[in-house]
Design a protein around this ligand. Structure first.
Ligand SMILES: C[S@@+](CC[C@H](N)C(=O)[O-])C[C@H]1O[C@@H](n2cnc3c(N)ncnc32)[C@H](O)[C@@H]1O
Length: 310
């Protein structure tokens, strides 16, 4: 009834729901699905003066691709090391197609009410429909929400950071456009992305989120990897965001706040500052400094996205 890969994905997803302790806080071939993006994409994407028509974007929660659609993306190739990310993204796309704004918010904040899932499934196709029907058949909706998604780590869904959560108008625009967007999903490590995406001079925009944090390379190694493997995929005037860092500049404006930040985030903060400096010695990059999404920081900081233009 279903292909071996889908069968394995369903079986791994049910394992995660049953006991997800081994699948949290790391990115592997089967692990929890990001519930939502954690960047301030609203401000970042609005500052990028570049076409978004053809994109290569990490799948994650699907939110980054949805933001790109708001800016005109019509063809999106997405990839993720986690084979389950594509099901999460497809569920989000289908829920936007199926639900109005208030229902969509309820679907994601009230732990996937089954009455709403019945509407959403009408817009799921092929393997995505088989997968989610099996999962909703296997587990209670609230278990799916809390165990298969990292809803607890990524917190309150309806915060700022992505236009469609902040404004009904953006949600409607994205909803209107979804039917005209071609999106494909690949399961692969960023470091092998070239064996999956061979289209040189193809993309207007490439978005790697903060994968750099997870791949254990130095800025020098990652710069080299990008120049050799990712940069050639961009069109002549294309742009890529190759790293996103949280809570970097304009740190806490109170001594108490700075102290708390140092206790919780001091080491990572110093590493981030050094990484930005190092990247700037290897790449002719641009920095976007934007309001913090609030992820990984306590106070009113600025996030930074590092960009390379072709
Ligand atoms: C980088 S995370 C960002 C999510 C969130 N901001 C966080 O820090 O947890 C977004 C996606 O990248 C994927 N990812 C992580 N490492 C990857 C790698 N080496 N290759 C491809 N995708 C990767 C994860 O599976 C996840 O779905």
């Amino acid at each position: 009834m279903c292909n071996p890969e889908l069968k394995q994905d369903i079986s791994m997803a049910t394992n995660i729901i049953h006991d997800n302790s081994n699948y949290k806080d790391k990115y592997i071939r089967h692990c929890v699905i990001p519930a939502r993006g954690t960047e301030n994409a609203t401000e970042l994407f609005s500052k990028i003066d570049n076409s978004f028509k053809k994109c290569l974007i990490v799948t994650g929660s699907g939110d980054q691709s949805l933001e790109a659609i708001l800016y005109g993306a019509t063809e999106i190739h997405s990839f993720d090391i986690n084979a389950l990310a594509k099901y999460g993204s497809a569920l989000k796309f289908a829920s936007i197609e199926a639900l109005d704004y208030d229902e969509f918010c309820a679907f994601y904040t009230k732990m996937f009410p089954i009455q709403l899932y019945k509407k959403v499934r009408e817009f799921l196709k092929g393997d995505f429909l088989i997968f989610w029907d099996c999962i909703f058949d296997y587990a209670y909706n609230f278990d799916i929400y809390h165990s298969l998604f990292n809803a607890d780590v990524h917190g309150d869904l309806i915060k700022f950071g992505f236009s469609m959560y902040e404004s009904k108008k953006s949600y409607s625009k994205i909803k209107d456009r979804l039917g005209k967007v071609a999106i494909t999903y690949a399961t692969c490590n960023l470091l092998d992305v070239c064996s999956h995406f061979k289209e040189v001079n193809f993309y207007d925009f490439i978005y790697l989120s903060n994968i750099f944090y997870y791949i254990h390379q130095t800025p020098e190694q990652f710069s080299d990897f990008i120049l050799q493997n990712i940069y050639p995929l961009l069109k002549e005037d294309g742009e890529m965001i190759f790293h996103y860092l949280y809570g970097i500049y304009g740190r806490s404006d109170t001594i108490f706040g700075s102290l708390l930040d140092d206790i919780f985030y001091g080491e990572q903060y110093m590493k981030d500052i050094k990484d930005i400096e190092d990247f700037s010695t290897y790449l002719d990059m641009k920095k976007y400094i934007i309001d913090s999404s609030g992820y990984g920081t306590l106070y009113k900081d600025k996030d930074v996205a590092l960009s390379l233009k072709r």
